[in-house]
Design a protein around this ligand. Structure first.
Ligand code: KIV
Ligand code: NA
Length: 277
């Protein structure tokens, strides 16, 4: 298999071949995505909730992101490796954002960065892209703004809201974003924006008409027991299997059926044992 490049992603878009993107927060997960041929691996800041147990992505630090991003990078050979810029790492001006995007590359080993926002982050997107770090934009539901948005809610549901999301997407494309995530918007709007833009759109709760799809690993694997968003499909039930394993282990320890002396352990020769005694 070949390394996934931005050029390749544009080819997938123009030939109507759906792009698959999935999150990873550690080395073994990164290996699984790589082995099975995912196009884009995202170290999402959903890391905060599903992996670190924090109540919101806004609490994730840049150093925490860098630590996990490096682990994912070690397991990523073929997919394009994109990582979220944590809340606070790109809000204090373009110079600071560029400095932090450079850290994402140098210390996190990310190949591209993703950040949330509309026209107000266009300058930041342009400045980061200009130094040669590809930027993925993210509009619609922006989890880093869940308090300002009064919760994790569908965006662009009325005509004015839809226009706002569409205009934002256009502006970010013009600013130099190589791709854009559309989160929790009506499927008509997802298809419309995809049709109007010339960069790949990656949807999550944006319907089937986008250039690609992304989901959070723990959601699709059923390892996360927070409220399930409507757009999540559970493709496997790893949570149930993990629970079965933990319970079976505890039972086997308690009833002394684990470990078996010979088959699951080491034995001293009889002669040596006699000497020892
Ligand atoms: O943080 C994340 O996992 C994301 C994707 C769901 C797009 O931003
Ligand atoms: Na994110």
């Amino acid at each position: 298999r070949k390394k996934v490049t931005i050029q390749h992603l544009h080819q997938l878009r123009s030939t109507g071949t759906p792009i698959s993107m999935l999150t990873a927060y550690d080395f073994p997960t990164a290996r699984a995505l790589d082995t099975h041929g995912v196009d884009i691996t995202l170290v999402g800041d959903s890391l905060a909730q599903v992996c670190l147990g924090l109540p919101s992505t806004t609490l994730l630090t840049l150093d925490e992101m860098l630590h996990h991003c490096r682990a994912v990078a070690r397991g990523t050979a073929h997919p394009l490796l994109v990582a979220d810029m944590p809340f606070g790492s790109y809000q204090a001006g373009a110079d600071d954002a560029v400095r932090n995007a450079v850290r994402m590359v140098k210390e996190g080993h990310a190949e591209a960065v993703k950040l949330e926002g509309g026209a107000e982050v266009a300058d930041v997107v342009r400045r980061i892209a200009q130094v040669g770090i590809p930027v993925m934009a993210h509009v619609g539901l922006m989890p880093q703004r869940h308090v300002a948005l009064s919760g994790y809610r569908v965006q662009g549901r009325d005509a004015a809201g839809a226009r706002e999301v569409y205009e934002a997407a256009r502006t970010l494309e013009e600013a130099g974003a190589f791709s854009i995530v559309l989160e929790a918007i009506p499927h008509q709007l997802g298809a419309f924006i995809t049709d109007k833009l010339s960069i790949p759109t990656i949807g999550i709760g944006a319907g089937p008409g986008t250039s690609g799809q992304v989901l959070v690993w723990d959601d699709l694997m059923t390892r996360w027991h927070g409220r399930k968003a409507k757009f999540v499909r559970r493709f496997a039930d790893v949570g149930q299997e993990e629970g079965r394993g933990v319970q079976a282990y505890i039972d086997a320890v308690r009833d002394r059926s684990f470990p078996r002396a010979r088959e699951e352990g080491y034995e001293m020769g009889e002669g040596e044992w006699a000497k020892f005694l």
